[in-house]
Design a protein around this ligand. Structure first.
Ligand code: NDP
Ligand code: AKB
Length: 262
């Protein structure tokens, strides 16, 4: 791996992914951009090459398609210059659970969850072997909030958080850093896909502010970065309560409240 590792970013044609591309290029990282829209990625790459001088490759892929995903997995496995993976590509679907089509749900899970597992699995053994590198996974505060009513989307984001925490547990001791980033409403095109007008919403974070905050978390090697959470100790208390509950799982007998009287 080179001294400044190359970064592969999924969903790099617009929004949060394109902003990560901008920021990593300004830090001197070469880039591999992955998304479906080649024209947009070419425009971004040309601008960033000119402005920063870094080398940028474009790898067009629909991450819901097995053959495209395989291309990206191969690149992550074989290209030893890539030391950071940003699992950012994701989408959302509107309407309630009973109104959504199961095919849309399946595609959502394929992009927001399955692709992350496959891409992480492609790069993790190499990074662990080299005892360096990082995987950044973009989750969402929706993954903490079943109350928001975006059930399948939120479930994929809860999956991203658990995956990140589990990978941090497994790979941290091998020198690989894993970061989960949990944005709240951020001004990007994702809202068009759920039929909402983000410009009509209040309390929206600008995409540059979101990514800059996430990079502060990255530089601090935070396992979980939640830019909209102003009392950071609150997350530590929630996670601490979860961990302390684990010690109270006594499995030999069901808890008293579940025992039937003879
Ligand atoms: N914006 C927000 O309010 C929030 C966003 N997030 C998360 O941030 C991440 C980025 O979202 P955001 O930037 O807002 O969304 P955008 O819709 O602006 O960008 C999504 C990116 O993913 C790419 N993408 C979509 N489908 C596919 C596919 N099938 N294969 C490959 N790439 C694909 C798109 O490119 P292309 O169409 O060219 O393929 C695009 O580059 C997502 O994981 C999202 O869930 C989390 C919380 C809040
Ligand atoms: C569409 C959304 O809900 C958004 N991406 C979020 O995670 O807040």
């Amino acid at each position: 791996m080179s001294e400044i590792p190359a970064v592969l970013i999924t969903g790099a044609s617009t929004g949060i992914g394109a902003t990560y591309a901008d920021r990593f290029a300004r830090r001197g990282h070469d880039l591999v951009l992955v998304a479906r829209d080649v024209v947009r990625m070419e425009a971004l790459a040309n601008r960033l090459r000119q402005e920063t001088g870094v080398a940028i490759d474009i790898l067009p892929a629909d991450l819901t398609k097995a053959e495209d995903l395989a291309k990206v997995e191969t690149r992550l496995r074989d290209d030893t210059r890539i030391g950071i993976l940003v699992n950012n590509a994701g989408t959302a679907i509107g309407k309630s659970f009973v109104e959504q089509s199961v095919d849309d749900m399946t595609r959502l899970i394929a992009l927001n969850a399955t692709a992350l597992v496959r891409l992480s699995s492609a790069i993790a053994p190499r990074l662990a072997n080299a005892r360096e590198g990082a995987i950044i996974n973009i989750g969402s505060v929706v993954g903490l909030a079943p109350e928001f009513g975006m059930t399948v989307y939120g479930a994929t984001k809860a999956f991203v958080l658990f995956l990140s925490q589990g990978l941090a547990h497994e790979l941290g001791s091998k020198g690989v850093y894993i970061q989960a980033v949990l944005p709240a409403t951020t001004r990007t095109e994702i809202w068009d896909h759920v039929g909402a007008d983000v410009n009509a919403m209040s309390n929206v974070m600008e995409v540059g502010d979101l990514v800059d905050a996430a990079l502060v978390g990255l530089d601090r090697r935070e396992p979980v970065t939640i830019p909209p959470l102003h009392d950071g100790g609150q997350w530590d208390r929630v996670d601490g309560a979860r961990k302390s509950m684990l010690g109270n799982l006594v499995n030999a007998l069901p808890a008293e409240r579940y025992r039937t009287t003879a």
